[in-house]
Write a protein that binds this ligand. Structure first.
Ligand SMILES: Nc1nc2c(ncn2[C@@H]2O[C@H](COP(=O)(O)OP(=O)(O)OP(=O)(O)O)[C@@H](O)[C@H]2O)c(=O)[nH]1
Length: 358
């Protein structure tokens, strides 16, 4: 399709090229039949190419092969007409008045067409060959035209080389684009991911939470937050070592992520040994049962260090609301934090739902 866009200018140039060459010199008066025959044929094919251009999307969707064959047939037909005109201009004395301007046009058309078609370089070179070969062969076969034929050959080889280089650069720019897109995605993932646990980080959570808060407000939906804090994590670190503590956090993140399986919900590391879960469109009861599910998954998970089991429990603070205009999203976090504080105060290893009177 890029090829098509690149050849759009050619459609218009080819439609009016021959009149521009023939008319100023008065060739249409000397050879009216030949003038109208060639200029008319070029114009006719330009109209066909324009129709093809306008219907390209539909035709391409039907069959890319059919699209390309039509594109190639129309372009090559115009190259064949021009190749014939230029050959006549050089070797047929009826055309001699336009010989100089024709040669200039031939060089210009050959170079620009090749560069425009450089994304499909083989097709570009075929186009160039159809344009140049008739005049070149006639030159080699006609007496006194050898230097001109050699010059045309050198020119054809030279601009083919430029076309091949343009094709390589064209492909390289695509490769670079693909590589940059992959790097952008990788950076985006890194930017959203917690380095230790590989689940979402707080930055991503904040963004997602804000989006979901606004969505819930617009659609009058409930939204729930679960703040999860590991109980006595300091003593886990102190007893088993910091690395064992790290491994514990990794396993916990895995377990929490496993429990949270709706695509819209998000589990993230909120900081140190604290995790957060955002449940969109969830009421208090559903949030409470998610907390129980998380507790169960953690209970079922074996936390082991050097063959010794590590007892891991968590406390969970739950807060639910239907966001209202002017209400800040941070209030829900505060409420979940207050509920978490209650859960710690009441002996840990439990989940507490925030209520206004707390
Ligand atoms: N291994 C490890 N420890 C961490 C990390 N981030 C925070 N910690 C530790 O987590 C511990 C948190 O301790 P506290 O805030 O006293 O809480 P706690 O011991 O879990 O006690 P409660 O929360 O009251 O049950 C501190 O010792 C921190 O050093 C981490 O990435 N890796």
């Amino acid at each position: 399709m890029d090829l098509l866009r690149r050849s759009l200018a050619g459609i218009f140039v080819y439609a009016f090229l021959l009149p521009v060459i023939f008319w100023p010199i008065g060739f249409h008066e000397i050879q009216p039949h030949l003038t109208y025959l060639f200029a008319g044929a070029m114009f006719f094919f330009s109209v066909l190419r324009l129709i093809h251009y306008v219907n390209s999307k539909r035709l391409y969707a039907l069959s890319p092969r059919a699209w390309f064959i039509t594109f190639a047939a129309l372009s090559l037909s115009q190259a064949a007409i021009l190749g014939t005109v230029f050959t006549l201009a050089i070797f047929d004395e009826r055309f001699f008045p336009i010989i100089h301007v024709s040669m200039l046009a031939l060089a210009g058309i050959a170079s620009s067409a090749l560069l425009a078609l450089s994304p499909r370089i083989r097709f570009g070179i075929l186009n160039l060959t159809i344009l140049m070969l008739p005049a070149m062969i006639t030159g080699f076969l006609s007496e006194g035209y050898l230097p001109l034929a050699v010059m045309m050959l050198v020119f054809t080889v030279y601009i083919s080389g430029i076309g091949i280089r343009a094709n390589k650069e064209y492909k390289r720019s695509f490769d670079i684009e693909i590589e940059l897109e992959a790097q952008r995605k990788e950076l985006e993932t890194l930017n959203q991911t917690d380095a230790l646990t590989s689940i979402y980080n707080r930055g991503y959570f904040n963004q997602h939470f804000e989006d979901q808060w606004q969505y819930a407000m617009r659609h009058e939906l409930e939204i729930a937050i679960l703040l999860i804090d590991v109980d006595h994590f300091k003593s886990i670190n102190d007893t088993y070592g910091h690395l064992a503590g790290d491994a514990c956090l990794v396993n916990l993140a895995y377990a929490i992520n496993k429990a949270v399986n709706r695509a819209i919900d998000v589990a993230a590391r909120y900081g140190g040994e604290e995790f957060v879960v955002l449940l969109s469109g969830c009421n208090t009861e559903q949030a409470r049962s998610m907390a129980q599910k998380i507790e169960q998954v953690i209970k079922d998970h074996k936390f082991v260090h050097e063959g010794r089991g590590i007892p891991v429990t968590v406390s969970i603070g739950i807060a639910t609301t239907m966001p209202k205009p002017k209400q800040k999203s941070s209030t829900l976090i505060d409420q979940a934090d207050q509920a978490l504080y209650q859960a710690k105060a009441q002996g840990r290893n439990r989940s507490i739902v925030f209520t206004e009177d707390e």
